[in-house]
Design a binder for this molecule. Structure first.
Ligand SMILES: [Zn+2]
Length: 291
């Protein structure tokens, strides 16, 4: 039976989307290892997972290939609780039969346990890889699977391609009894979070954290310390979390990526990201980094 996600995570490793959340119930395998037969279905439509209502609550569909309109073929990803688990991508334009209930995976308050959210997150990353690796990036030839791997090989130019997971940095900047919070225009009204961004060529994580903070807010930082990381399947990031101290500068929105940035005291915080994000996990720990 599916129950609501908890709101408390002892360490970054325990956050949703990290494999620890699966409690070893997923044996990740590869499509060429599909044993055939009935199974458990990850039906993905956009950023929603489709569940079915049963006598014991919302469940992943089980059994034969679900009767829902799609022109894609199922992708076997491994064994979930000992049963074959496959992803089936449903086009956004497909009208769902009434038995399927879309569960938005980016919802602030998802109505699913973290085990299912995290399994669906792995499904989203695999789906993204499958959609973006159909043709060789070097010569455009349709690619072939490597046995027992998620990597693929181009039969024409022999180039090997492997799943791409993009490292990102995200960090809490401390200045006395205040923390630096930032806001993008497209976020929910009033929501603030931490400075974040993608790692660039030739950067280590700490350098990326310092550059992103300076570029986005005009603030220089020092004492950059790593705290932990979270897999983030929208579509395929690894969020690397840091805390750092203020080293100089005034807030100045330099690259227009942010709508606002400001220093906030812990008892005057605006709306924050959900507890299941590493951003919030780090913000919740802010007091221990203030001296
Ligand atoms: Zn090629």
């Amino acid at each position: 039976m599916l129950s609501t996600s908890p709101n408390n995570f002892p360490s970054p490793v325990d956050l949703p989307f990290n494999r620890a959340s699966l409690n070893e119930n997923l044996q990740l395998l590869t499509p060429d290892q599909d044993p055939g037969g009935d199974g458990i279905w990850l039906l993905l439509q956009g950023l929603s997972l489709l569940t079915v209502t049963t006598a014991t609550g919302q469940q992943l569909p089980q059994g034969k290939l679900p009767a829902v309109k799609t022109d894609t073929t199922p992708i076997y990803i491994g064994q979930w609780h000992g049963k074959p688990c496959r992803i089936l991508t449903i086009p956004d334009t497909t009208t769902l039969p009434p038995q399927f209930n879309p569960q938005p995976l980016r919802s602030t308050e998802p109505n699913l346990p973290i085990e299912i959210i995290s399994l669906a997150g792995i499904g989203l990353m695999i789906q993204h890889w499958e959609q973006t690796s159909q043709h060789c990036g070097c010569c455009g030839t349709p690619m072939e699977r490597l046995p027992h791997e998620w990597g693929k090989k181009c039969p024409s130019c022999s180039e090997l391609h492997y799943p791409r997971i993009h490292p990102c940095v995200i960090g809490l900047i401390i200045k006395g009894d205040e923390v630096l919070l930032a806001r993008k225009a497209e976020w929910l009204d009033g929501r603030y979070s931490l400075v974040a961004g993608f790692v660039e060529f030739g950067e280590c994580l700490e350098e990326a954290m310092a550059r992103e903070t300076l570029e986005e807010t005009g603030i220089k930082i020092k004492n950059i310390r790593y705290l932990g990381s979270q897999s983030w399947p929208f579509p395929s990031q690894l969020m690397c979390g840091f805390v750092a101290d203020y080293a100089g500068g005034e807030i100045e929105l330099r690259d227009k990526e942010l709508e606002d940035a400001k220093w906030c005291k812990l008892d005057q915080m605006p709306t924050l990201p959900p507890m299941r994000s590493i951003a919030r996990h780090i913000i919740e720990r802010a007091e221990e980094f203030m001296q």
